[in-house]
Write a protein that binds this ligand. Sequence first.
Ligand SMILES: [Zn+2]
Length: 286
Amino acid sequence: MSVLTKALVGGYVVVSAAETKDIVNRAIRIHNLSPVAAAAMGRALTMAALMGKEFKNKQDYLTAIIDGNGPLGKITVCADGDGHVKGDIVNPVAETVVKADGHLDVGSAVGKQGTLTVIKDIGLKQPYVGTSQLVSGEIAQDFAYYFADSEQQPCGVALGVGLNKKRCTSAGGVWVQIMPNCPEELLSQVETVMYAMDEMSYQFEGSTAEDVIRRFFGRFELQITESCPVQYKCNCNRRKINRIVKGLGKDEALSIVDEMGQIEVCCHFCGKKYTYTKEQAEKLFQ
Ligand SMILES: [Zn+2]
């Protein structure tokens, strides 16, 4: 089970960490991800989990779309305020390229040019939508730039996914948010810690989110404020799929039934199949 932990450091810095190996392995199974796709999507899902925990209400919802010019194509991740995340990727089997230093070349696979769009639905009339340019395609830097550029929120983001062929061996992320009026001295000490936060996949090897927070911030005044499970869980249901089938229009839907014997709709996020017989399809349009 993946767990997310939040802490208040020095009274002015909010640190969230999530250990997400199980989430990444679920995504690999659902989408049959290549290693580089698993690294990119795993990082994005980890960030979505961290962001979802900022919501006040369980039903609040965010969608982050990483639309780069690399071979992976568009990556979409979603999270609610109740610890559930899900994701979709255009090209899950994109070829994996390894850099000279042995790391997977996630930046090139995502693409170094493009946009990161975040849509937050907190039950208001209009959802909040923010967009920024991608800076490296490595996901963590792209989100950090998004928060600075689009939400005027200075922060640090470190995300990592460790893989052994097509299995995730460790994964997680840390998000450090600086609150207003943070004293200069604390800020510079926290920045020093943030520069040292690399190799995130190793940090989470055999360690919980709380272990990682204590490893980096244990020498500060530290208060653990929350710890909760996070998981890959899709919120699709037949009622939502009914709307998609209705969206086809009666003529189109019934002609598919005539041709194929039934309508089959597969959820992009979890792979669940929904089928409609001729009678069920006709009933939808009554
Ligand atoms: Zn689904």
